[in-house]
Design a protein around this ligand. Structure first.
Ligand SMILES: [Zn+2]
Length: 420
């Protein structure tokens, strides 16, 4: 392919960022809500403006959930402390005055973790997925949350906390598209550790003085939320193939998000799908049909993509490759996940796709390094690091900007003269 006809030269950081700027003010684009529908409408309009046929596919039975204020307070032992809090996606509300209860440690929230615990009238503290637990075990794979059991045994609320330090409120999802059966608040990693510290009585006591019995940890929590019946929307645009039109390649990003503006997770990935669609639509037809897909309900457990696949039924064999983008534009490296665990099963990419990716990455001036993760049960990832280009080589594509403030700088467009 000549340099002139290379669609990669048409993709710009500026173009991608324009979409991020349109999508983030709609956030949180919670699946099933009008905000998600507005995002789907915007994406569909963009695909149509590139001249691509586009379909909005309704995805039924996703509760339209809207979170309001969430509060979390430690009542004791010791001083009253207010922790940073957010409502967990899909949470039922508490009564307006909130609930006051004793805290119990529920590990990773698996059935085995609840064994021997008295949950009646209690609020349960869960560790985030893959966190080290109090006994320093590492969880294997995703936890199977057992909230149904917690409800049966009389628990009144749940606290989740972020896996990453730095006062980030990125808390795991607890439920499917039907929401959670218990009021659930999320707090930061630091808030979670403070609660665990109190549960373990790690606070200082004068030498030689021990409490006669463990001091109960009391918390107050409040969640405002509204829930009603709803449906989500998948957006599907199709660029027909020239030689093998029956065969398809999918480029996928979820457009829903759980909390906040969702720039990195996942407007930035949607923006890339749109930019690639715009570039490819300008050229001659690709060999195979390319479908650009932005999906709903990912935060509830890949609901939209699952629905898309179920509707494909007998033509699933025609899908020859599927590339999914998630959480791009954050941090200083990009992860290409070769092996992951989905629905309890280990999923591996085809070696063909891995090969193509490593060749393309090398062509763009990246090198791949396998990440050393401790357990075979965890996703194995390959990290892409940018390395300097050899003299005289011009990149086809800019490395994606790392942070939003960098995105806002005047971009050096690929394909322009004067760029080195
Ligand atoms: Zn995501």
């Amino acid at each position: 392919m000549s340099e002139q006809g290379d669609p990669r030269g048409l993709i710009t950081a500026q173009g991608a960022f324009a979409h991020v700027k349109q999508l983030t003010p709609l956030g949180p684009r919670v699946a099933g809500t009008p905000r998600e529908k507005q995002a789907a409408d915007y994406i569909a309009e963009q695909f149509a403006s590139f001249g691509l046929p586009v379909v909005q596919q309704p995805v039924p039975d996703i509760v339209a959930w809207e979170g309001g204020e969430a509060r979390l307070r430690i009542l004791g032992p010791g001083d009253v402390e207010e922790l940073t809090a957010c409502p967990v996606l899909g949470s039922v509300p508490t009564p307006p005055e909130g609930i006051e209860a004793e805290l119990v440690y529920g590990g990773r929230g698996m059935l085995a973790d609840y064994e021997g615990l008295d949950l009646a009238g209690k609020v349960i503290l869960h560790d985030p997925p893959r966190a080290r637990t109090l006994d320093n075990r590492c969880g294997a794979g995703e936890p199977q949350r057992a909230l149904g059991t917690a409800v049966e045994r009389g628990a009144v609320g749940v606290i989740e906390y972020a896996r990453l330090p730095g006062h980030i409120l990125q808390v795991p999802c607890l439920a499917g598209p039907e929401g959670t059966p218990l009021p659930a608040v999320g707090t930061t990693y630091e808030g979670g550790l403070r609660l665990k510290e109190l549960l373990q009585q790690w606070y200082a006591t004068p030498a030689g003085i021990a409490a006669e019995a463990p001091l109960p940890v009391k918390v107050w929590m409040k969640v405002e939320a509204r829930r009603e019946a709803g449906e989500g929307t998948n957006v599907i645009a199709t660029l027909k193939g020239g030689e093998l039109p029956r065969e398809r390649i999918l480029l996928v990003a979820h457009h829903d998000n759980a909390f906040g503006p969702g720039a990195c997770d996942n407007a930035a990935s949607v923006a890339i799908v749109l930019e690639v669609a715009r570039a490819l639509a300008q050229g001659p037809p690709p060999r195979r049909t390319v479908q650009f897909l932005t999906v709903t309900g990912e935060e509830y457990g890949s609901v939209g993509s699952g629905y898309f696949v179920s509707e494909l039924a007998e033509v699933i064999e025609d899908v020859k490759a599927c590339i999914v983008l998630d959480i791009v534009g954050s941090g200083n490296k990009y992860y290409y996940i070769t092996t992951s665990v989905f629905a309890g099963e280990v999923v591996e990419n085809s070696s063909w796709l891995n090969q193509v990716l490593s060749e393309q990455a090398a062509d763009l001036g990246y090198h791949l390094e396998p990440t050393g993760l401790p357990s075979g049960a965890h996703p194995a990832r390959i990290c892409l690091r940018r390395r300097p280009l050899p003299p005289g080589r011009r990149p086809h594509l800019l490395p994606l900007p790392l942070h939003l403030h960098e995105l806002a700088l005047p971009p050096h467009l690929p394909g322009r003269s004067g760029h080195h």
